[in-house]
Design a protein around this ligand. Structure first.
Ligand SMILES: Cc1cc2nc3c(=O)[nH]c(=O)nc-3n(C[C@H](O)[C@H](O)[C@H](O)COP(=O)(O)OP(=O)(O)OC[C@H]3O[C@@H](n4cnc5c(N)ncnc54)[C@H](O)[C@@H]3O)c2cc1C
Length: 462
């Protein structure tokens, strides 16, 4: 009789868990995956995919507005929220089924239940059944975090509920200044809601390049999104269908919905981590792991958002794949977390890779900045008041491009390609040697000749 029921037990059928299960099964391992909600996890069910569908849908209003400048007369458009939700649900159900089929085709078994650790090799499923495993992979992801329990917090929705609202709110208050808050601000504004963003910091998108933060804020405000910084929601009152949010600056705002997107926490609670001796990373609250995604217990690994490293789908997938290759494929591989491109699907989009200007200036002796803002060609005809920002951060001593930051339509698509060059350690001279592709916005990245700023530390300047 085998020593364990399975070679690998994966807790969580999201981006990372599914990839790990499929690859491990492909390497010949006997694999079981537990999923307590829906296969596909956050990204597919209530994250990246439905969000992007909403962004695309809401952006249509800009296309319609812009059309007039190109000679089109379009009758007054109308929008039906329930149709959007129904079509989105259909697409998400299709993807969920595809995830399930692909896992099953790989030979792994799915158990649709919650699983928790009982000890280092034993899982307990809801209902009491236990399964033993040689290796365990914790891939339980994360969940919205509403922060301090303010009065009326029960009236507040998160991104989870925003995907299932029965009606489009006429007015919505969104607390948060990160990418999820701003993406939903653009979504609701695009569909016609009156949007107010409330953020406790001095500017939105903490951690992004300061020029990006300022530029995006200006662009969102031009579209009529109200952004209130330096304050928080302290209390939410409900009167019938309406809400009043009281702010720390003494003002109050009426709305039909109140949404918080102020952060996410790793799903580590009630998972049996203590029973199994799995340590938590004291700095971020996620499962503590080494460079191989191995936890403090040698046969238990953790990947994706539950480790709270870089909470992005492609990172979770890469970590799951690397784990399976390392443990079951006789091919040890560590994930390189440097230079990960990211996007904010706000309207306009943000695409960013590498160091911000502030990070570069803290780390390098000489930093050169190449920056431009310009009116995109479409706006010249549509009359839309919008500008694109492109910025390169360069090591003035080696000429290496350290970071690239874009705000403008298709910034995410552009930055994915730029990320390859930056990962390959391209220099500014490499960018300059590349012939421009005209007429595009991205050609500015290879035609900026003169630095807009140069910062040299005194010792380096001598
Ligand atoms: C609104 C939103 C938008 C996002 N947009 C983007 C984007 O544009 N690009 C991007 O790269 N990332 C985006 N993300 C982040 C991305 O969704 C996550 O980084 C990614 O899903 C992490 O994958 P994971 O496998 O670690 O966890 P998840 O995908 O969260 O999967 C974890 C799974 O584990 C299950 N589970 C938890 N506990 C148990 C248990 N005890 N037993 C059984 N099952 C359990 C959960 O139900 C879940 O299905 C977004 C997230 C949100 C919320």
């Amino acid at each position: 009789m085998a020593e364990f029921d399975v070679d690998l037990f994966v807790i969580g059928g999201g981006s990372g868990g599914v990839r790990a299960a499929r690859i491990a099964a492909g390497h010949g391992a006997k694999v079981m995956v537990a999923e307590e909600y829906r296969m596909g996890g956050t990204c597919v069910i209530r994250g990246c995919v439905p969000k992007k569908l909403f962004v695309i849908g809401s952006h249509v209003h800009q296309e319609i507005e812009d059309a007039a400048g190109f000679g089109w007369t379009i009758p007054a458009p109308s929008f039906d929220w329930p149709t959007l939700i129904a079509n989105k649900d259909k697409e998400i159900a299709r993807l969920e089924a595809a995830y399930t089929t692909n896992v099953e085709k790989s030979g792994a078994e799915i158990v649709k239940t919650r699983a928790v650790l009982e000890d280092t090799h034993t899982l307990r499923l809801l209902g009491g059944k236990t399964v033993t495993a040689r290796y365990i992979l914790i891939a339980t992801g994360g969940a919205p975090n509403h922060g301090t329990r303010i009065p009326g917090i029960e009236h507040v929705i998160s991104s989870n509920e925003a995907f299932h609202l029965k009606a489009l709110p006429k007015r919505i208050l969104i607390q948060g200044g990160g990418y999820i808050a701003l993406e939903f601000a653009g979504i609701f504004a695009g569909f016609g809601s009156d949007v107010t963003v409330v953020y406790r910091g001095d500017n939105i998108l903490r951690g992004f390049d300061d020029d990006v933060r300022t530029h995006l804020r200006g662009e969102l405000e031009k579209q009529g999104i109200t952004i209130l910084t330096g304050c928080t929601v302290t209390k939410v009152d409900k009167h019938g269908k309406d809400f009043t949010s009281h702010l720390s600056n003494g003002s109050s705002i009426a709305s039909d919905q109140v949404m918080f997107a102020i952060g996410r926490h790793p799903n580590v609670a009630d998972l049996g981590l203590e029973e199994a001796g799995v340590a938590i990373n004291p700095h971020n609250g996620g499962v503590a792991v080494d460079g191989w995604s191995k936890s403090s217990v040698p046969n238990i690994y953790a990947i994706g958002d539950v480790t709270h490293r870089h909470n992005l789908t492609p990172v979770a997938i890469r970590e799951g794949h690397a784990f399976a290759d390392t443990v079951f494929g006789k091919c040890p591989v560590q994930v390189d977390h440097a230079t990960i491109p990211t996007a904010v699907f706000s309207q306009p989009e943000v695409g960013t890779v590498g160091l911000t200007e502030a990070e570069a200036r803290a780390e390098f002796n000489v930093v050169e900045i190449f920056k431009t803002t310009f009116r995109p060609i479409k706006a010249t005809m549509s009359g839309r008041d919008t500008r694109v920002l492109m910025k390169l951060v360069v090591d003035g001593q080696t000429d290496r491009v350290l970071g690239c930051h874009i705000v403008g339509d298709s910034a995410a698509e552009t930055i994915q390609a730029v990320a390859i060059a930056i990962k390959m350690k391209a220099t500014k001279a490499d960018f300059d040697a590349t012939i421009a592709l005209h007429p595009t916005a991205a050609e500015e990245l290879v035609t900026m000749r003169t630095p807009s700023a140069r910062y040299a530390r005194e010792a380096a300047a001598e």
